[in-house]
Write a protein that binds this ligand. Structure first.
Ligand SMILES: NC(=O)c1ccc[n+]([C@@H]2O[C@H](COP(=O)([O-])OP(=O)(O)OC[C@H]3O[C@@H](n4cnc5c(N)ncnc54)[C@H](OP(=O)(O)O)[C@@H]3O)[C@@H](O)[C@H]2O)c1
Length: 238
């Protein structure tokens, strides 16, 4: 497969290594100084684009892939408010778009565990619940996109919590997400239900970026030749 990498930072480089080792050809590597190459002529030569940039740039980059008619896998977090717009354009124009706040297979299984645990805890009002996420200090968004996905899954079932907040809180209607920035943490997420009698805690700890990068390459292989809006749930058939 011919791959265009949009964003050539920590994730772009990790994806490059894995894609190349799997026999794919990376034909474009775009960081901020190569932004001018994001056009139909260059993008159009790729079978798929993989976008890992910044919350401010993801939306425009995805539109450029749509214009070039290149399927796009996006892992950038922190721009969720514009996601519905992209999904609508993708469906209306018959393009291909796959996004995930976390591409690691382990985290996607963790998402399913989180949903099931939230269903079980829905009626157990003696438990309060809070979350923690730990990432490296260069991370731009807070809380992490993965933490927001986990929080939304939880709020769907545990309706005594009305919304998440990115700070400590003892308000029984709020779900606190505590964000810590410690190098070199690639990403740790935990959800803890706590009662006077006991605690139940689930944690996912990424040991490196490899899991995210490998998942993004699998997603790109899966997306080739498809049209529509997809997530890792579709790729992993969860
Ligand atoms: N979904 C997942 O599984 C997952 C996993 C890890 C990270 N992420 C997310 O992925 C994103 C990138 O993470 P990272 O750790 O790779 O960040 P990073 O190391 O800061 O890299 C970002 C890259 O994007 C480039 N960039 C910025 N603006 C651009 C633009 N307008 N056009 C093209 N390239 C541009 C930067 O170029 P310069 O270096 O020239 O500035 C840099 O190469 C973040 O949103 C992060 O939260 C997602």
């Amino acid at each position: 497969m011919k791959i265009a990498l949009i964003g050539y930072g920590k994730m772009g480089k990790a994806i490059d290594a894995i894609a190349t080792a799997k026999g794919h050809e990376v034909i474009l590597r775009i960081d901020i100084s190569h932004k001018h190459l994001l056009d139909k002529e260059h993008l159009g030569q790729a079978d798929v684009a993989i976008e890992f940039t910044s919350p401010e740039t993801a939306y425009e980059n995805i539109l450029k892939c749509f214009e070039a008619n290149v399927p796009v896998v996006c892992g950038t977090t922190g721009w969720l408010e514009k996601l519905p717009e992209i999904e609508e354009i993708c469906k209306k124009e018959g393009k291909a778009f796959l996004h995930a706040t976390n591409f690691s297979i382990g985290v996607n299984i963790f998402f399913e565990v989180n949903k099931r645990l939230a269903e079980l805890m829905a009626g157990q009002s003696q438990y309060d619940v809070w979350m923690e996420e730990i990432h490296h200090t260069q991370k731009k968004d807070s809380p992490s996109g993965t933490a927001i996905t986990l929080a939304e899954q939880l709020l769907h079932s545990v309706t005594r919590k009305k919304e998440w907040v990115n700070e400590e809180s003892h308000n029984p209607e709020l779900l606190p997400i505590i964000s810590k920035r410690i190098d070199p943490a690639p990403g740790t997420h935990s959800v803890t239900y706590t009662s006077p009698i006991d605690d139940i805690s689930i944690t996912h700890t990424a040991h490196s970026r490899e899991g995210f990068a490998a998942g993004a390459v699998v997603a790109a292989e899966w997306l080739k030749g498809k049209t529509g809006v997809f997530t890792m749930k579709d790729v992993l058939n969860l």
